[in-house]
Write a protein that binds this ligand. Sequence first.
Ligand code: NCD
Length: 309
Amino acid sequence: MSQLSVEHLLGIKYLNKQDIDLIFQTADHFKEVINRPIKKVPSLRDITIANLFFENSTRTKLSFELAEKRLSADIINFSAGQSSVKKGETLIDTVNNILSMKVDIVVMRHPNVGAGVFLSQHVDAKIINAGDGTHEHPTQALLDSYSIREKLGSVTGKKVVIIGDILHSRVALSNIFALKMQGAQVKVCGPTTLIPKHVKSLGIEVEINLKKALAWCDVANVLRVQHERMDIKYFPTTREYKQLFGINKEILDSLDKKIVIMHPGPINRGVEITSDVADADQSIILNQVENGVAVRMAVIYLLAQQIKR
Ligand code: NCD
């Protein structure tokens, strides 16, 4: 059985194409498992996983938990809001306390960039980054590419535009790395204030005209406007944002082809995407959620194979 080239999943930038292929082949197997009447395998019966969420999350947390349960791992859950972090405990102390309970794998979401890397250097457990600030969100990018592969047969050669708040988005950065690694063509589109200055150095193009971007692409990955990360005003009004960068039925109907619509969630219905588009048959938003469980099962399973037991 092949192995991943990495000991942790800290970011897509540390992976190679073979790793992504291996994760997808493993996820294909688990996708079949989660569609069986008994959706569970005993693979990780001897493994304990801690889910440490220092930042809010709904679907990522539920998706990891479900993936772990489907693999029969023991799990413990921790959310910063209800913990001693509020009493001033450091990250290392919190995590070491949890690890003394003999945890093998830590899934961590943290508001600080590089939190996962830091942890992997200080604690003896496998680390999976479930989002570190505005940096990376590797399992989201993997499930996004997996969903494109499922819908269009392959990621290689496909034209993907990522739309919206690129500046604050860990989903955008991880997607850019993953898509480029698999040979897709990538553009970003959004208000110039929300496009990082040096984004072209990642080998992608910037298209500020939404209509042109949509006419070019096979897939549009629409991002949430991350108000909670904005310390200043990046665009005048939500109404103007909607007019210039919102995805609605009229703009999609004006194209001469049917493109695939994606969104990592949570959706701001009526802001970056209208309800009819989010629920349309060209939207694969709920397939992304389903695939998230299979892809996370694959990542956890492959990392667990490296643990000596
Ligand atoms: C994303 C995140 O938290 O980075 N959501 C997610 O994981 N499904 C994107 C977002 O919050 O907009």
